[in-house]
Write a protein that binds this ligand. Sequence first.
Ligand SMILES: [Zn+2]
Ligand SMILES: [Zn+2]
Ligand SMILES: [Zn+2]
Length: 178
Amino acid sequence: MKNKTKFQKLFKACKACKHSKPTVEFYGQRCAAGKRGYKSDRIYTSSECKICFRARTRRNGTAYRRNNRDKCRKGVARANRRVREEVISKYGNLCRCCGETNSLFLSIDHINNDGASRRDEQGTGWGLCYWIKRNNYPDDFQILCMNCNTGKARNKGVCPHVTRISQIDQVQQVSTPS
Ligand SMILES: [Zn+2]
Ligand SMILES: [Zn+2]
Ligand SMILES: [Zn+2]
């Protein structure tokens, strides 16, 4: 009798694939909440072996995502937005050039204009936001508004604001000799 219980403990038939497998191939029962499993005499209550269990849950996950496409997409969009806001606030929450603070206008700028060459490594858009967060907010990024970012890209790496400001400065210096 003692041997029989021992045997039952060591082997068990999987309901899904019908194979008799060692009980360690089954996920164990969780006892009370917060108390995860027993140590020595763990009870294996899962009716499927781990392989079948994983296959089924993976199928379910795929089906769930297929049936709740909008919900999943919204979840991803929310996560993306949160990361973007995090990155922007880490870099000061405003355009470094003109001071624009509306986050809808803001974008992430490669200070050294090396975005194109590092695209494979860092990605673009959301991917870049995640990369920056993963890499602990490196110094070679800044926040620029879309205007300043595009202007900088079209004006050989210097925002036209800066050129204009320095021109105004020059004009003022010339016109007001002291
Ligand atoms: Zn199985
Ligand atoms: Zn700006
Ligand atoms: Zn600017």
